[in-house]
Design a protein around this ligand. Structure first.
Ligand code: TMP
Length: 229
């Protein structure tokens, strides 16, 4: 079986992780070996880089250039340690974010030079490109509400009447440097994603993630099924 590489993109709160789980189950039911990954992260080295980028108390002074290089250091490791060998074995890979996130967040969001950003991405990924990218689209307002709801659950936990009944995953209980950016940053990220979708219509499928969970799941399956059936 030929390997298949699908990436998921979108701003915070677009529901990527739920949809990745649903798609993985559906693909496994067709007999495929499915591996789910995330960026930054996905390897032991990448997970350490993820911690530095998002949660470490030492990351307050991180520059945009460092952020760009660390995102791509994590990616270079993931591509060579996991993605290429798995694709060569015919596995299906579902990756929560890939290089389009760098274009949107470091290119458009942090306003680094797009040509330089592309060169760094090329160095990290080489020939390893997704067969399909699903861009889950919610408005900046919806994304902001979901980010704020998460923050409200975290700080201060003991005084918070909305404290979740079930414990949050470890990652979710930590401060996240990326979420500390201001609204204009997230507006630029959203514009960036729009431009990316317009530039790569053959690879990037826009999915309206304001629909119900089931509708989003079905839109995703419509995009994926031609590649697997
Ligand atoms: P998430 O896994 O919860 O989506 O967190 C990853 C964060 O890192 C998110 O804010 C998007 C950001 N990011 C970038 O800025 N550039 C990248 O290249 C990647 C992969 C993620």
């Amino acid at each position: 079986m030929k390997g298949l590489f699908i990436t998921f993109e979108g701003t915070e709160g677009s529901g990527k992780s739920t949809q990745i789980t649903l798609l993985a189950e559906r693909l496994r039911a067709t007999g495929r070996i499915v591996r789910t990954l995330r960026e930054p992260g996905g390897t032991p080295i990448g997970e350490e880089i993820r911690h530095t980028l998002k949660h470490s108390e030492a990351n307050h002074a991180m520059t945009s250039e460092t952020e760009l290089l660390l995102m791509n250091a994590s990616r270079a490791q993931l591509v060579r340690e996991i993605i290429r060998p798995a694709l060569a074995e015919g596995e299906t890979i579902l990756c929560d974010r890939f290089y389009h996130s760098t274009l949107a967040y470091q290119g458009y969001g942090r306003q680094l030079d797009l040509e330089q950003v592309r060169h760094i991405i090329d160095f990290a990924v080489g020939e390893t490109q997704p067969d399909l990218t699903l861009l889950l689209n919610v408005s900046v307002q919806v994304s902001e509400q979901r980010r704020q709801a998460r923050q409200a659950l975290l700080f201060p936990r003991e005084k918070n009447p909305n404290k979740p009944a079930a414990p949050l995953p470890f990652d979710e209980t930590l401060r996240d440097r990326m979420e500390e950016a201001d609204r204009s940053f997230f507006e630029r990220v959203e514009k960036g994603y729009e431009a990316i979708a317009a530039n790569e219509p053959e690879r990037v499928r826009l999915i309206d993630a304001t629909q119900s969970l089931e509708q989003v799941r079905d839109s995703i399956w419509n995009a994926v099924s031609p590649l697997v059936c």
